[in-house]
Design a protein around this ligand. Structure first.
Ligand SMILES: Nc1ncnc2c1ncn2[C@@H]1O[C@H](COP(=O)(O)OP(=O)(O)O)[C@@H](O)[C@H]1O
Ligand SMILES: [Mg+2]
Length: 566
């Protein structure tokens, strides 16, 4: 028990953080102000109709008890009921319209914010975790802003109006009805903290089990061949029982609180009932007034109890908001929209030092100029920093010291920045094809590439023969992670994709690692002869350095040796 309170304190101790999330939440609702106001208007009207019905009922009853039925009042009452039903229906339709618009809009915005974030920060999150935040947390926020907050406002309004009318008829009863409110509020307050704790935990387990499932499914062959199915199921069972106990604890808590609140309210209702009955017997009020009383007393108490139950909802929203702001707060890349691409660029690395954690340098004081047409081999042990160097060229990472600059034919200089990626065609290490057809994958390099261009690139990458042999050719569909192709075939498609992009610098990061020596040699020979621009080749086969005119040898101690060949 004590542990829970410690954690809750820690969670809410960071007040400014909670306020920041709140502020962010309202900034999200900002563009929807108009729609939300319309919604509030409709709800207020429905509310007014409800009250009109209640008051009219008093007059009908009073008229009836004195021996006559007043048809005008009956008509009013029917009209009020019809309008209430009509407006509730309109409100429902309007509700689904704005919640869909808001929720999906927010998802798109957040997705865009995330994909423009700094790569290094993004890569610290698991994609399953990010997806949970983008889906479940956004749904929580959306339902909170679109339905829970507006209905809390309406509830407050209902409370105020019923209290005023009740006060008009019988002030002591009104004060009594309100008197029980703090009991409900205190319960809600107590309940809220523990509830928030459970909710937070539940969200975390949800992220971890999504992450786990996603990871297992995308590596299903590893799971099977390491015979991990049973272990996986155990892991899932554990998460499930953890969730089960959280869900049960939180629902027990909530049932207990509701039971207690109901008990208080029912008692209060009975007291109000007896009180009005007593006043009828003494002739102080009419039957009609008693009906209004009882209806209003239950309205006041109903509003208070609904307001109480929105408190935990608000906390859920804040927690989800924080989970989203965590990733939205990831710094955005400083992206300038520059599109002009010269035929040729040089790159100049000056005294560059880089480390991931500011502790162990991966590269130290590296200086290097690569001119148009240079073919640069990058070699070194696994883990020496070859891919890191490439990420620095691509501005996925920023140097700790020193600089990377691109220089065009006219001598214009540009510090490496996200927009400098327009100079580069890149074949990343590992399997990087997406699901879709071969043609779709290739056209990631150039949207409107003609079929001829596609075949030409495939030919350069030595992939034309096997694509031709497939039944559907360019339309052959790949599943996730290039399912349906061998690793070497996927690599060749990835090379073709980069060739189609055709930028002044081509970077091959172990792009030929799954190929036999002959095929690798054939591809590199073809590309180096005809690409006519700068090429960086990372390879573990030193014999391939024969195609290069320079070589950078990265040592394990962050050193680099640069040699000219030929
Ligand atoms: N995202 C990362 N965060 C922290 N360290 C990293 C990251 N990526 C790579 N490293 C570390 O940097 C070193 C160089 O990695 P890398 O450039 O990928 O080597 P390689 O020469 O095999 O391409 C390795 O020791 C690796 O552990
Ligand atoms: Mg690497």
């Amino acid at each position: 028990m004590k542990k829970y309170w410690e954690q809750i304190k820690e969670l809410y101790g960071k007040r400014d953080l909670a306020y920041a999330s709140l502020f962010w939440l309202f900034s999200q609702a900002g563009p929807y102000t108009k729609q939300l106001l319309v919604k509030l208007g409709i709800s207020t009207f429905t509310l007014a109709m409800g009250f009109a019905g209640t008051i009219v009922s008093k007059y009908i009853i009073d008229a009836t008890t004195s021996g006559s039925l007043n048809w005008t009042y009956v008509t009013y009452m029917i009209l009020a009921a019809v309008f209430t039903i009509l407006f509730s229906a309109v409100a429902d339709i309007f509700d689904s319209y704005i919640s869909e618009k808001f929720e999906f809009g927010m998802r798109c915005d957040m997705f865009n914010q995330i994909q423009t974030g700094v790569w290094n920060e993004l890569s610290k999150y698991h994609s399953g975790d990010i997806v949970t935040r983008l889906t479940t947390d956004i749904s929580t926020i959306s339902s909170g802003l679109i339905s829970i907050i507006p209905s809390a406002i309406i509830m407050g309004l209902r409370l105020l109006i019923s209290f005023c009318i009740l006060f008009y008829f019988d002030r002591w009863l009104a004060i009594f009805a309100l008197f029980v409110a703090p009991i409900g509020a205190i319960c809600a307050l107590l309940y809220r903290k523990k509830y928030s704790y459970y909710y937070n935990k539940l969200r975390d387990t949800e992220s971890s089990y999504r992450t786990f499932m996603q990871e297992s499914l995308s590596n299903i062959a590893v799971i099977k061949t390491f015979q991990l199915e049973a272990d996986n199921m155990n892991y899932m069972k554990n998460i499930r029982s953890e969730r089960m106990s959280l869900v049960m604890s939180s629902s027990r808590l909530s049932a207990l609180m509701s039971a207690f609140i109901s008990l208080v309210y029912r008692t209060a209702y009975v007291v109000a009932f007896c009180w009005s009955a007593y006043r009828i017997s003494t002739g102080q009020i009419t039957y009609g007034t008693m009906t209004v009383f009882l209806s209003l007393v239950s309205q006041v108490q109903g509003s208070i109890s609904s307001l109480g139950s929105t408190i935990p909802e608000l906390y859920r929203m804040l927690i989800s908001a924080r989970r989203i702001t965590d990733i939205v707060d990831i710094q955005n890349e400083d992206y300038k929209d520059i599109t002009s691409v010269p035929e040729q660029v040089s790159v100049e690395i000056k005294d560059m030092t880089f480390s991931y954690d500011r502790k162990k340098n991966i590269l130290e004081h590296l200086s290097l100029t690569v001119k148009p047409g240079d073919i640069v081999g990058i070699v070194g042990h696994s883990g020496a920093g070859k891919t890191t160097l490439i990420r620095l060229l691509l501005s996925l990472l920023k140097p700790d010291e020193g600089s990377v600059e691109y220089i065009d034919e006219n001598g214009n200089r540009e510090n490496a920045q996200p927009a400098s990626r327009r100079f580069i065609s890149y074949v990343p290490q590992g399997n990087t094809l997406l699901s879709g057809s071969i043609a779709q994958n290739l056209r990631m390099g150039k949207k409107n590439a003609s079929e001829e261009e596609l075949w030409e690139a495939l030919r350069m990458a030595d992939a034309d023969t096997f694509v031709m042999k497939t039944e559907d050719g360019l339309d052959t569909r790949l599943t996730e992670k290039a399912g349906g192709l061998s690793e070497g075939q996927a690599q060749r498609i990835a090379i073709a994709r980069a060739l189609i992009r055709n930028k002044p610098q081509l970077i091959l990061d172990e792009a030929t690692s799954a190929l036999d020596e002959d095929t690798e040699s054939r591809i590199l020979s073809r590309i180096t002869k005809s690409y006519g621009k700068t090429i960086f080749i990372i390879t573990h086969r030193r014999s391939m350095l024969r195609y290069c005119n320079r070589v950078i040898e990265l040592g394990d101690d962050a050193t680099a040796t640069i040699r000219d060949l030929k």
